[in-house]
Design a protein around this ligand. Structure first.
Ligand code: NOJ
Length: 589
């Protein structure tokens, strides 16, 4: 047993980040809740979530205590990649409602004091976008084809693709047309990549930004922010394009590297995380000009509008370049999300994150779950946490649900105790796991089909939310319909089964957000206190955050005031409180 050091000597403290002003720009310390529209709440009864459904449930988010909402795409789209294939950037898909429904949702959100960020998908359009339809009809050599990346093939009669790039969803990144030309798609063949060297493409997206800014949105999440500009000549590349969180092989290599160097300097994180999405299709210098231009567009508007980068860029020092003062405002910290359940690694990645973001004056932007990864309640419940990054199916090891939830809550309280901004993914406030036994015939993720099922894909984390334990379909839709089946065990996760229940995941999140706001933790500073290797012990303003990832309990000094704990605390015979395994507490230092 270890007792927390009540008063560590000052020379043992490591300051990783100094506090900022509590009333800085809103996005620096905001907690932002990701709504995945098709799975949040269904108003129409067709089993697919929609904008009126979102509006009807915004009270839940205000009550939870988040500052803002980010909506994944709801634009016109044939839904080949669940809306990340946009055919009209200025309209709402009838599946989700109308522009009037959007305005009503935005007005309600603003009325509740919630800001709203929408998703912008600039790397590619849908194959049903007017530009692509025009390009196909216009034929090879036409100006309409110059807005995309059409090329002649290699080999005899151009039968071979123009280069060897692979799609992130599996298979070649090129598709050949009957007229003989090929077009590039880093994702599905129904998501042709735009040519960002083309002035019309640049002008169009600035106009799309203005369209939504004029409607009143508070910012944009930029999809594939690291991919829009490709290296000149589109050279061959033999590296691996990882499917978001990485391959199992990459995972094993990272785990090996981390355990070889159990703890160490922050620079080592750059070494360990430095093998990500590199290559001629990612993180090219030219993308930064685009963000400088967009920064200027947003700056014309009042109210601190913000851009957040979805850039799977490593190492962290490269990611920081997206949030330089004249570029974007935030960039998701996926290095943190992908870190193993290993206290020294987490400490390293957290410290490195502050070093990197402080060097450009940006906030760190924490995230543990989203619509592209296995939910943290599930990935942390695997024997080797995180070992199934491409989805979990019925034939795979099933996560230990109780362990996963305990660790997920522990991880969340660690994250929310840190300075910076944080994103929550819908349902994590309920402790939702992935659906880990979805049958193949209901799967919809293009990655599943393009890899012939080798990657199960992301449907498991996209299952419609349970609102009411006793209603059909757990109250997701008035008809009980749901576009993906919900596990029958989800009654216990339903929002109405947790509201008002002390210690429920929902109430724990709510308290965490209240204390975080009251104590100004988001704009605070981080000082590491000396601790056991498997314990993270830090002070942020007047709150001490202790996360025990080890198996041995940690004893709280007598008289410590506990503000919040991610799980029940045991008491020793003399009444001393013990922080058990996989538990985080917030205490008054
Ligand atoms: C990242 C999005 O988050 C993901 O859902 C989508 O499939 C790809 N970008 C392609 O747009």
């Amino acid at each position: 047993m270890t007792t927390l050091d009540a008063r560590p000597s000052t020379d043992a403290l490591v300051v990783a980040h100094s506090p900022g002003a509590p009333d800085g720009e809103w996005w620096r310390d905001a907690v932002i809740y990701q709504v995945y529209p098709r799975s949040f709440a269904d108003g129409s009864g067709d089993g697919i979530g929609d904008l009126p459904g979102i509006t009807s449930r915004l009270d839940h988010l205000a009550e939870l205590g988040v500052d803002a909402v980010w909506l994944s795409p709801f634009y016109r789209s044939p839904q080949a990649d669940a809306g990340y294939d946009v055919s009209d950037y200025r309209d709402v898909d009838p599946l989700f409602g109308t522009l009037d429904d959007f305005d009503a949702m935005l007005a309600r959100a603003h009325g509740l004091g919630l800001r709203v960020i929408v998703d912008l998908v600039p790397n590619h359009t849908s194959d049903e976008h007017a530009w692509f339809v025009e390009a196909l009809a216009a034929g090879p050599g036409s100006p309409a084809r110059e807005r995309y990346l059409f090329r002649e093939g290699r080999g005899e009669d151009g039968q071979e693709p123009p280069n060897n790039w692979q799609s992130i969803f599996g298979g070649p990144a090129w598709t050949r047309l009957p007229d003989g030309q090929w077009y590039l798609h880093l994702f599905d063949s129904r998501q042709p990549d735009l040519n960002w060297e083309h002035p019309e493409v640049r002008a169009e997206f600035e106009d799309v930004l203005r369209f939504w800014l004029d409607r009143g949105v508070d910012g944009f999440r930029i999809d594939v922010a690291h991919g829009m500009v490709k290296a000149p000549g589109l050279p061959d590349w033999d590296g691996h394009v990882s499917m978001i969180e990485g391959s199992e092989q990459a995972f094993e290599e990272a785990e090996h590297a981390l355990h070889e160097h159990a703890s160490g300097a922050a620079e080592r994180v750059d070494e360990v995380t430095g093998s990500g999405n590199q290559g001629p299709m990612f993180d090219q210098e030219g993308v930064h000009d685009i963000y400088r231009a967009w920064h200027r567009v947003l700056a014309e508007y009042d109210g601190d509008r913000a851009l957040v980068a979805e850039a799977w860029v490593e190492p962290l020092s490269r990611l920081a370049r997206y949030v330089r003062p004249d570029e974007m405002h935030q960039a998701f910290n996926f290095a943190f999300l992908a870190t193993l359940w290993h206290a020294p690694s987490l400490r390293d990645v957290i410290t490195a994150s502050y070093l990197a973001s402080d060097s450009v004056g940006a906030p760190t932007t924490w995230v543990l779950s989203n619509h592209d990864v296995v939910r943290h309640a599930s990935r942390l419940g695997l024997a080797t946490p995180g070992s199934r990054p491409n989805g979990i199916g019925a034939d795979d090891e099933q996560p230990d649900e109780e362990l996963g939830l305990r660790r997920a809550r522990c991880a969340t309280l660690l994250m929310l105790g840190l300075p910076g901004s944080a994103y929550l993914y819908q349902g994590e406030e309920l402790g939702l796991p992935d659906h880990t036994t979805l049958p193949a015939d209901v799967r919809q993720d293009p990655a599943f089909f393009r890899t012939q099922g080798a990657e199960l894909g992301r449907d498991g984390c996209r299952v419609p939310l349970p609102w009411s334990a006793q209603e059909p379909g757990f109250g997701f839709s008035p008809t009980g319909e749901a576009w993906l089946p919900q596990p029958s065990t989800w009654a216990r996760y339903a929002a109405d089964a947790q509201r008002g229940v002390p210690g429920s995941t929902y109430e724990t999140y709510r308290t965490a957000l209240r204390v975080r706001r009251a104590e100004a933790l988001g704009s605070g500073g981080l000082t590491w206190l000396p601790s056991r290797d498997d314990v993270l012990d830090l002070v942020n303003r007047d709150v001490r955050v202790v996360a025990n990832l080890g198996t041995e309990p940690v004893e709280l000094p007598a008289g410590t005031r506990v503000l919040l704990a991610s799980g029940p605390l045991d008491a020793a015979a003399d009444g001393t409180l013990l922080i058990g395994s996989d538990t985080t507490v917030w205490v008054r230092p």
